[in-house]
Each structure stands twice: as C-alpha cells, then as structure tokens.
Design a binder for this molecule. Sequence first.
Ligand code: ASP
Length: 322
Amino acid sequence: MWGIIATWRMALEGVTRVSTQLERGGDAASAVVDAVADVEDFPFYKSVGFGGLPSENCEVELDAAFMDGGSLAFGAVGNLVDIANPVKVAHALSRERFNSLLVGKGAREWAVEQGFAQKKMLTERAIGHYKKRCRDTIDQGLSPYDGHDTVGMVSLDRQGGMSVATSTSGLFMKRRGRVGDSPIIGSGFYCDNEIGGATATGVGEDLMKGCTSYEIVQRMGRGMTPQQAADSVVLELEDKLMKRFGRCGDLSVVCMDKDGHFGVGTNIKTFSFVVATSQLMPTVYLAERVNEHTIYQRADEIWLADYEQRIREPIDGVLYYD
Ligand code: ASP
C-alpha cells in the first residue's frame, strides 16, 4: 500500500508524477519533496514558490517545511528570499541535528552556502496581482490578506515510511517578517509513522491557535479515523475561536493514517484536494462543510477546465506568460 494526499488542485501535476515513484517503491520523503518542488516551480500557482504572492513591500518571502515520520526529524524555513525551492532547503535542514528552523537572512545564507539554486522569485504577474490588490484595497475596502494557499502533502510509501512537506508564500500582503503556520511544526504539519500525518492550509494565525496538525495526528493515534480527526479538529477550533476570539479565518486540513486511509476537514465553501493511492489514480476532489461534516466529491471536467483558465487569466487586461 502507498498513498499521497495534498491540499489544493495545484498539487495535481506533482502528485501525478510522484505516484509513479511511489508505485515502484520510492520513498515518501522524496515523493513529498519532489511533488512540492513541482508546485514551487510552476509560475501560475500564485501562492507557492516562483510567482508567489508578495508581502506589503512587494517582496516574496517564502515558508516551507519537511518532516520525516520515522525519525520525527524536521526542517523548516521562514521568510526565505530568492531561493528556487524552499522545500528542498527544509528537507536538507531536517538532516541537521540543530538549527532545524531558520528564517530570513540566516535561512538564505545557509541555503546559499549549501549550494541551493538562487532565483528571482517575484514575477511580473505577481507584481500585477500586487498592484491590483493595492488599488482594490483602497478603492473597495477589501481585506489585503485575502488570497493565500499552502501546498501541503502527506505521503505513505510501500515500506511504511511517512513524510509531510509544505510550501507557501503565506498571506498576500503580509508584513515583512511574518511567519505563518506552514513552517511551524505541529501547526502546519506533523507526521509520525506509527500513526499518520496531517497538514493544514488557511489563516495561519488561527491554525496555530489549535496546533492543528499535531492535534489531528494525536486524535488518529487515539483511535479516530482520519476523517473523524480532521472534521472534529476543524469544527472544534472554529467553534472555540468564534466563542472566545470572536472570529475565525479559513481552516482546511488533509491527513492520512499509516494504513493509507485519508481524511479532510474544512470550514470554507470549496476546498480542493488531491489524492492518489495504490488503489486510486490521482484524483482532484472538492470538499465543503455540511452541518458538522466535511463532504467531498470528484471535481468534474467543467470545474477542472475552469480552474486551468482562471489561473492564467489576464490581470487588468494584461496577459502574462509566467
Ligand atoms: N497557512 C498559510 C499561512 O498562513 C496560508 C494558507 O495556507 O492559505 O501562511
């Protein structure tokens, strides 16, 4: 048995590619790192890696993480600037005994020293999004922070190994130096071979309040199915925040247990995710909350075609090629 589950439709190409590796006995760590790196490289996925959405200073600061479910080793980077694949840096950091989470200047220095590829990560299209958002915020009173997504993936390999990885540009228009949940162990990601793994996407400030991914893994460990664990954690966190904090942002999670069963939880209208297992071809699902439960169904051809078109749409009438 092998499996991989990932947040958002943007994971599809990467998941499809590494499914072949997993089918042939490839390890979960390489699967999540390679698949997340594919998402980072693709310029039209606007909240991850190259082409990621900038901060309020129009700089692209990237967060990423990796965790090995066997040794519990993890590595993470925050506010990493102009390095091509933050997830690869996070993976390399997981092999270090100390300094597992590096941010900003120190993260960049280490990555350069280790020979990771440098690349200007701010694209013309991302600048287009930025200019439009500056105007929309002023003219229409929109929240500057809308528009963000993290690619997060959990994988199980045929040898029973499990790994998780995340990557994101974080909240659009975030303050310089802001770090979300994605590189924070326990919040944006967690993985334990003996139980399973989980990863989150949504408003990091709120996901961190529930140590969301760790909590899901613990609930699976106590006997909940992945679906029960994902649903209950999202629902309870939302309830708690509404009661005690007065508001709650977007919360979505995916998880997989050590037997390859998966779960999904969300509090938003449409949360897309991707799954592939030894029994299931790479498939895009759309999830939504109905009462106390998250339900999901396969994305149809119309939704998929519309998505392809949407990510390439001109911004203010300008068509960008990357
Ligand atoms: N959780 C990410 C952050 O707060 C953003 C997202 O996943 O939508 O940085």
